[in-house]
Ligand binder design. Structure first.
Ligand SMILES: Cc1ncc(COP(=O)(O)O)c(C=O)c1O
Length: 380
């Protein structure tokens, strides 16, 4: 589908917030030096816009002050979730007039943005009395949510039962086990994401959730997760100094795209949010479901968390295109991520071409390439 049509209302209209006061920190990432590099580590004396949790250390000659964040020992590993770096892409964006930025979510403890939603789901349920000490958590998962849930449950002392499949990488299944989760494997038949596999996994998890003292996170329906992704949206606005023209994200549950979109659109209703789905399973754009191999996205149905007013267009990327871009990201940008991140970047460059010079597109490196070393993405 042509990008312009897919994006519908995307226009060249100036949708920037007024600069430089638009950002939460008042910083414009494009105004930092001739190469547009962002001197995150070295700040001039007198900077008062930094995280209050951070502190300044002066070097011997007091020429630079080095930003260290945070200084205090953290309470536990859960507080290492979030505050990930955001970088500009420089080589895979050749010929794209707009600036494309990527939030490196593999800096989260399990190497995935799912840490944000796992913590939000567990803490939401605890707060509302749905999950109590001694309970068991149950979930169906391709292994990203499962790894993050297993991590959060390990720290908080909950047992976790996971329903997953051989459609997903061994690394993800092994990670869940390493954090102490108990796994039930539903065979996929093909080793790929078929339209049937997620609904099958959901059914098994639903059965398990009938046991007493069990909390089923049921990720496709879990609204607690949005708070985790709202934080991601706030970080993006902060790091971009408020200057975001478009946000591009592939979707599974649509938790990330919707949670970030809520924040960006509340701040500036002109921000365009573009969703990405597998070309082999264009459920949203064409109503067709199919088998693909971009792990974590394209579940074969419209996710219940999706809200029409929060996105402006849908782009499709094929499995091969997504994997090819993921490999380029590693070799040309030093960004080692999964295939859904490749899909995100390819779609973001298409949006960036459409928007043109002076505009900023932000997308996400969902997770680490380390989760895919055994797959054909990085050699197998
Ligand atoms: C690797 C990967 N990419 C993308 C997504 C999509 O994220 P969301 O469920 O927030 O739409 C997921 C979700 O499971 C994932 O595991």
């Amino acid at each position: 589908m042509p990008v312009a049509r897919a994006l519908g209302a995307l226009t060249r209209r100036d949708s920037h917030l007024p600069a430089p006061t638009g950002g939460l920190t008042g910083q414009d990432p494009r105004s930092n030096g001739p190469d547009g590099e962002i001197p995150h580590e070295y700040v001039e004396s007198g900077d008062s816009t930094r995280d209050p949790d951070s502190h300044i250390k002066e070097d011997a000659c007091s020429r630079f002050r080095v930003q260290l964040t945070p200084r205090q020992p953290r309470k536990n590993t859960l507080s290492a979730i979030g505050n990930t770096p955001l970088v500009r892409l420089n080589r895979v964006t050749k010929g794209v007039a707009a600036d494309v930025y990527m939030k490196l979510e593999y800096y989260n403890p399990t190497g995935s943005y799912k840490d944000r939603m796992a913590l939000a789901m567990i803490e939401g349920a605890e707060r509302d009395g749905l999950l109590r000490k001694g309970d068991t958590v149950v979930e169906y998962t391709g292994g990203s949510t499962g790894s993050s849930l297993a991590f959060v449950c390990a720290v908080k002392g909950y047992k976790l039962k996971v329903v997953t499949s051989d459609a997903f990488s061994d690394e993800k299944l092994d990670t869940m086990k390493a954090f102490g989760a108990m796994l039930t494997i539903v065979p996929s038949g093909s080793g790929k994401t078929t339209p049937e596999i997620i609904p099958k996994m959901m059914k098994v998890a639903e059965e398990m959730a009938r046991e007493p003292h069990t909390y089923w996170t049921n990720q496709f329906y879990n609204k607690y997760m949005l708070a985790g992704y709202n934080a991601l949206g706030v970080e993006i606005l902060d790091q971009m100094g408020g200057r975001v023209d478009a946000f591009v994200a592939s979707f599974g549950t649509a938790g990330c795209s919707m949670g970030v979109a809520e924040v960006l659109k509340a701040r500036n209703s002109d921000v365009k949010v573009c969703l990405v789905e597998p070309a082999e399973s264009p459920v949203l754009s064409k109503g067709i479901k199919g088998t693909h191999d971009i792990e974590g996205i394209g579940a074969g149905f419209v996710p219940p968390l999706l809200r029409r007013e929060l996105y402006d267009g849908v782009l499709t990327v094929s499995t091969e295109e997504a994997k090819a871009m993921a490999r380029r990201l590693a070799r040309e940008e030093g960004i080692f991520a999964g295939s859904s991140s490749g899909a995100n970047v390819l779609a973001a460059t298409r949006v960036g071409r459409e928007l043109g010079a002076g505009k900023s597109v932000v997308t996400v490196a969902v997770d680490s390439g380390l989760k895919y070393l055994s797959t054909d993405l990085y050699g197998g």
